[in-house]
Design a protein around this ligand. Structure first.
Ligand code: HEM
Length: 425
């Protein structure tokens, strides 16, 4: 019997107007529910939530005849647990998935069975290696010190508007490249030509993002093929553990995180308090020299805020903040949700909080990603005040990664001068 393929890619329908709903969910002869899907494509994530809330968390989508688009969409934790964990072997990604993502060839995300198992073992060996963990900490710190901080200082001094999403994409791109190839392409750097800096600013950004992606893939290809060649010459058959696995997921998580913080000054203040308590600045104004992962783990509220932002805006958008799963306040940003009565981190099962996937195919880079993101957040919140530009459209770009469709435009003030300003005024 053909094994079912897993698919959480969600397709959806509106509940607002009854008439519209019945049209959108109508399964037309030959074309299935495609017309309805096209009508809601522009707000696919919101529609998904509405549809699944109204369909007992599971919905059967019918695509056009013979198109292979029929899907059972579910966000029911019990189903997710069943498919991703207890009956994992029966739920392959399958040939259709591979066909859609053929461009990725045989990377770990795209393969099943023995090929997946071997790739996972190889990736695990690298990602869990102490040396790799140390390298990732030093690469992150060095990128903050030599890339992000000078750029932030420059934009703060000039009072210019900065595209935060692009900054984080460059930040994670450079760091990933150091981890994968050992070379830093310095895409996040103050030494970039002025016209490059101009690209970061607001206008016509969607086109610019596409151009930036083209440049990204060219640069990536250059570095990776150089590394492959080097490795081939050494006679080693090596596959990168994650390719660029972390680039857009981390950039997405950080962008949405800072957007949510800009809307929640109380949450920001609480994180700052926690940072001050755990990493007080020395008398000379310098922060404590190490951002040790163990020290970062002590900051439970920060942990909760980051999880909460990923619960609301999961970088790989397979799940949604459903009331039936998270309660009536499901759509609110409440880092406290993750803090237990004793002040420790409240753990939720991965089939409920699916941001890093669940079961045997769960994310291998979770720890690395959390450390990298928390390190960047601490650096930024300790030293800068971020002001999101008030009039801007914030909406997700439908896709495999939950990036923002338009940029996140912000201005930056250095914290010392921000404090001085508030005292003087
Ligand atoms: C916020 C950051 C990240 C998020 C939210 C995230 C999320 C995910 C998700 C949802 C999957 C399952 C994908 C699928 O099966 O289709 C996954 C798999 C994976 N992730 Fe991540 N990821 C992040 C960062 C990273 C980083 C930084 C690395 C490596 C350095 C990494 C390495 C991997 C690998 C190797 C897999 C494949 C696991 C397998 O199929 O067995 N991830 N991740």
């Amino acid at each position: 019997m053909k094994k079912p393929n897993m698919s959480f890619i969600t397709i959806c329908v509106s509940k607002k107007k009854k008439k519209k709903k019945s049209f959108i969910t109508t399964n037309w002869p030959l074309i299935g529910m495609l017309p309805g899907l096209l009508m809601v494509l522009h707000r696919i994530y919101d529609f998904t939530v509405e549809l699944l809330e109204n369909s007992n968390l599971t919905f059967q989508f019918k695509g056009p005849l013979l198109s292979g688009m029929d899907m059972l969409v579910t966000v029911d934790p019990a189903n997710i647990h069943y498919m991703l964990s207890s009956n994992f072997l029966n739920y392959n990604k399958g040939p259709e998935f591979k066909e859609i993502f053929d461009v990725f060839k045989d990377v770990i995300f795209n393969v099943d069975a023995e090929l997946w198992y071997n790739s996972r073992k190889a990736a695990e060996g690298i990602l869990r290696h102490q040396g790799f963990a140390r390298l990732s900490v030093s690469a992150t710190r060095s990128k903050l010190k030599n890339g992000l901080v000078p750029v932030f200082d420059h934009f703060a001094k000039e009072g210019m508007v900065l595209n935060f999403q692009d900054v984080f994409r460059r930040f994670t791109f450079d760091t990933s490249m150091v981890l994968i190839t050992g070379s830093d392409p310095t895409s996040l750097s103050i030494d970039m030509p002025e016209n490059e800096l101009q690209r970061w600013m607001g206008l016509g950004i969607e086109k610019k993002m596409l151009e930036a992606d083209d440049i990204f893939y060219c640069v990536c290809a250059k570095y990776i093929s150089a590394k492959r060649e080097e490795v081939r010459l050494q006679g080693i058959n090596h596959q990168s553990p994650s390719g660029e696995a972390g680039r857009d997921t981390i950039a997405s998580a950080l962008t949405w995180f800072f957007w949510i913080l800009s809307e929640n000054p109380n949450g920001t203040a609480k994180i700052r308090q926690e940072i001050n308590k755990n990493m007080p600045k020395s008398k000379t104004g310098q922060e404590k020299s190490s951002l040790d992962p163990n020290e970062l783990n002590k900051m439970v509220y920060l942990y909760g805020a980051l999880y909460e932002s990923m619960r609301l805006y999961p970088p790989a958008p397979f799940e949604h903040a459903m009331k039936a799963v998270w309660g009536e306040d499901a759509s609110e940003f409440k880092p406290e949700r993750w803090v237990s009565n004793t002040g420790s981190l409240r753990r939720e099962p991965s089939f409920k909080f699916l941001a890093f996937n669940a079961g045997p195919r769960s994310c291998l880079g979770k720890q690395l990603a959390m450390n990298m993101m928390k390190t960047a957040i601490v650096e930024i919140l300790q030293n800068y005040v971020i002001h999101a530009i008030k009039v801007q459209k914030i909406e997700p770009l439908p896709g495999l990664m939950l990036l923002m469709k338009h940029v996140l435009s912000v201005t930056i003030t250095k914290r010392d001068s921000a404090l001085l300003h508030s005292i003087v005024n």
